[in-house]
Design a binder for this molecule. Structure first.
Ligand SMILES: NC(=O)c1ccc[n+]([C@@H]2O[C@H](COP(=O)([O-])OP(=O)(O)OC[C@H]3O[C@@H](n4cnc5c(N)ncnc54)[C@H](OP(=O)(O)O)[C@@H]3O)[C@@H](O)[C@H]2O)c1
Length: 331
């Protein structure tokens, strides 16, 4: 994982000298100094941090402002549901980058197998092992066999969810129940099965990827708004006391994210509101920055929240939606 720092180092490489220096600069400048054997560039009166100069020179040129933030996730075991595409696939790839072993769940075995071979090809050298579990999480009798088969895990990412959009009359009871069976009961049932195992082995982290629909009460996403709101309450109820068992339960509320899901919802709305699904771009223009979130803007946060660097975070929800949920107007 990387963090921001000042950025013109590479242009001054001939000025570098190897002396023990800073490990990390805190957000407001010069707090948290810690001596580390790093390269130091002194340009005029500015003090900069640079690492590993020779190999990453070009890398530094465009990424001078990044340093590696060790999240100490290497070797951890992570279960991700809904990992065959979209946010779940992105989360799996981000944890693999940190050297984590993965258990990936979704229905499409082909997609999971393809992701497994790509990740093991890219990170096999780090010893990353990927195990796939092609199954349908709407049938609760698959939960216990799954949990038995994966053994001990450090991190659970509840993510599989396809709650249908539409108003109360568009989403009839059976569609509503099917959506909640996977997402609401899926998250709850998997937490119920895995929490005691994490407690028995001394701790763990549970991340619920929910959705800002839980705090933006949208009548045209009424089943999602209600389901996500319940999962926000579930996350807080569990996470409020889970640190007594050294377990952290944390929620993330993405707004629109660049996956197939958001574009199928946009097209459905464009058809309903503008009479033509091809006009979905006009709706996209209404988003902050005129775009949905990039995948990494969600997955990097989830990986950080799962790390020891977020060790005091539990029973809370992080909203990542460009400000959508905070938009209010009295007029
Ligand atoms: N994209 C957004 O803008 C957005 C915003 C806020 C929150 N979210 C939430 O983020 C999560 C992921 O969204 P996404 O956009 O990545 O969705 P997506 O692209 O539709 O991916 C959904 C994932 O869930 C899996 N899945 C679906 N039905 C399943 C079942 N019955 N059993 C097991 N796995 C199943 C799918 O794989 P298979 O089809 O292979 O089973 C897929 O991997 C959802 O909970 C969603 O509500 C998304």
């Amino acid at each position: 994982m990387t963090a921001s720092i000042i950025s013109i180092a590479s242009r001054r490489k001939r000025h570098y000298a190897r002396i023990p220096f800073l490990h990390r600069i805190s957000a407001n400048g010069l707090l948290n100094w810690r001596l580390e054997p790093k390269f130091l560039a002194i340009v005029h009166t500015e003090i900069m941090l640079v690492s590993d100069l020779d190999t990453k020179d070009t890398y530094l040129a465009c990424k001078a402002e990044t340093i590696d933030m060790d999240l100490r996730l290497k070797g951890k075991s992570v279960l991700v549901t809904g990992a065959s595409q979209g946010i779940g696939e992105g989360v799996a790839r981000s944890f693999a980058e940190e050297g984590c072993h993965l258990h990936l769940v979704a229905r499409s075995g082909d997609r999971l197998a393809a992701i497994k071979s790509e990740i093991e090809a890219a990170h096999g050298g780090q010893g990353v092992k990927v195990t796939i579990h092609p199954l349908d999480l709407t049938s609760s009798d698959v939960i216990n066999p799954l949990v038995e088969s994966i053994g001990d895990i450090d991190i659970l990412v509840n993510n599989a969810g396809v709650i249908p959009s539409g108003n109360l009359w568009d989403v009839d009871e059976s569609k509503w129940r099917a959506g909640w069976e996977l997402k609401v009961f899926g998250y709850i049932n998997l937490t119920r099965a895995i929490y005691p195992r994490m407690k028995a082995r001394g701790g763990g982290v549970i991340i619920n990827n929910i959705g800002n629909g839980g705090e933006v009460f949208d009548p045209n996403y009424v089943a999602g708004t209600t389901g996500n709101a319940s999962l926000m309450a579930f996350t807080r109820a569990m996470g409020g006391h889970s640190l007594d068992d050294n377990i952290r339960v944390v929620g993330v509320n993405p707004g629109p994210v660049n996956t197939d899901r958001i574009y199928s919802m946009l097209k459905k709305r464009a058809k309903q509101w503008l009479g033509d699904e091809d006009r979905y771009k006009e709706l996209e223009e209404r988003y902050p920055l005129k775009r949905p979130a990039h995948l990494h803007e969600i997955t990097d946060l989830i990986v950080f929240l799962a790390s020891y660097r977020s060790g005091y975070t539990s029973g809370t929800i992080f909203t990542v939606d460009g400000g959508i949920a905070s938009r209010r107007s009295i007029i």
